[in-house]
Design a binder for this molecule. Structure first.
Ligand SMILES: Cc1ncc(COP(=O)(O)O)c(C=O)c1O
Length: 413
């Protein structure tokens, strides 16, 4: 039977200091500042929630009424075309989730055992797992504090004769400095697959993410800027990647005979029902991005006045979409630790999440990277948390959250 990989904190040595404490218990609270037009009522402010206020119900109803609920139907193709257009590329390949979008994209490149793929250590585990599923090895790079993304200056040191690809992650909605990365990739003849799971609508020097490498992978999980419940998509301008991805997504059926397979394919299809939601969401992408950026501006304006709080970055060449509004908490200056602040907010009905735990600290990957240290990723893990970030967040929600942080700061001093 499969056994979990256990990793005790003592085995981790001083790395154990960055591992977050237990999740705080969220208390339902009556917020003194009600939502506009609503009486005060007990509720929580979730870290994220979908905004389904467009044509979602209309399009899903059409699927039911016409009996097209599986992976054939007009919405899959229309969603692919609309989302690809929003990313400024020719092809979109819809699939079951963001993890398999990454796996599929990497699979089209023919990667396998012995190959290496460079990724940031500070990411969600799907980035590393997609590489591992292929039998290839994720090679880790530290973060930079200017963008919280992979430090491009450290990439070249990690390239070996076995390196085949780089997967930059546009962390929390902030694009990677792609010109610098692509220049390195071109010089070493490497593929670049963007992990854009968190960055729908973000722009790099005015160009949309999803169009900045050979291909990109997006997630449409329920907490993403646009969602299909579960879902994902590859975007690319490369016809061969798109053609292979469509084929591998659907068991690699051959065109010459139906049950005739020349690749080990997958069932990674998206349903027409999901795509119906996805099309309706894509129609609202610009509005959602505007809302996220306005929410972030309101948070930053007030939070930057609180000692010990670092607000999220935005490089001058970037349009950050703030998928999650992240902050760093400096314990000494703020007066309490990140975990204590999370407890204080949970008592006031405010849900938060800690930042990612880097790959080299994960029980499943720890032994593979033993002895490797990535100090900036570790700092982000130790101090970082994100605040409620949904597109539907109201100004009074934000003011309530900031007020709670100010109160916690006063308590902590
Ligand atoms: C950076 C990153 N990559 C990949 C994924 C995987 O997406 P999914 O959850 O849709 O499989 C996520 C999910 O949140 C993510 O944050």
């Amino acid at each position: 039977m499969l056994e979990p990989v256990e990793l005790s904190l003592s085995e981790m040595g001083d790395l154990a200091e960055i591992i977050p404490g237990p999740e705080p218990e969220l208390q339902v609270t009556v917020h003194p500042i009600p939502r506009f037009g609503e009486p005060p009522r007990p509720r929580i402010i979730p870290v994220c929630e979908p905004t389904l206020t467009g044509n979602e119900l209309k399009y899903v109803t059409e699927c039911i009424e016409t009996n097209w609920i599986s992976s054939i139907g007009r919405f899959v193709q229309e969603f692919e075309a609309a989302f690809a257009a929003a990313c400024g590329v020719r092809y979109g390949v819809a699939c079951a989730n963001g993890t398999v979008a990454l796996h599929l994209a990497l699979a089209t490149l023919g990667l396998g055992p012995g190959d290496e793929v460079i990724i940031p250590t500070f990411t969600m585990i799907a980035t590393a797992n997609a590489v591992t599923y292929l039998g290839a090895r994720p090679v880790l790079v530290d973060s930079e504090l200017e963008t919280w993304n992979m430090d491009i200056n450290q990439v070249e040191d990690k390239i070996t004769p076995r390196t085949r690809a780089i997967v930059p992650v546009h962390t929390y909605g902030h694009p990677v400095d792609m010109d610098a990365l692509n220049e390195i990739a071109e010089r070493h003849n490497l593929w670049v697959i963007e992990d854009a799971a968190e960055a729908h609508g973000a722009r790099y020097k005015g160009r949309p993410v999803g169009s900045l490498g050979h291909a990109a992978a997006f997630s449409f999980y329920g907490n993403k800027i646009i969602t299909t419940g579960e879902g994902g998509m590859i975007t690319t301008d490369d016809e061969e990647i798109a053609r292979l991805a469509w084929n591998l997504r659907d068991h690699a059926f051959s065109e010459e005979r139906h049950f005739w397979h020349k690749f080990i394919g997958f069932n990674y299809r998206m349903t027409n029902l999901q795509a119906a939601v996805g099309l309706a969401q894509t129609e609202q992408l610009e509005r959602f991005v505007e809302a996220r950026r306005a929410n972030a501006a309101r948070y930053t304006e007030r939070l930057s006045k609180i000692p010990g709080i670092t607000t999220p970055p935005e490089a001058e060449w970037a349009t950050n979409v703030y998928w999650m509004y992240g902050i760093l908490v400096d314990e000494k200056e703020f007066g309490m630790t990140r975990d204590e602040l999370r407890q204080a907010l949970a008592r006031r009905g405010i849900e938060t999440r800690t930042f990612f735990i880097p790959m080299h600290c994960q029980p499943v990957y720890f032994h593979q990277y033993k002895g490797e240290r990535y100090p900036r990723a570790e700092l982000l893990c130790k101090r970082g948390m994100y605040l409620p970030s949904a597109s539907s967040l109201t100004e009074s929600d934000i003011d309530y959250v900031v007020g709670a942080i100010e109160e916690a700061h006063r308590e902590g001093r």
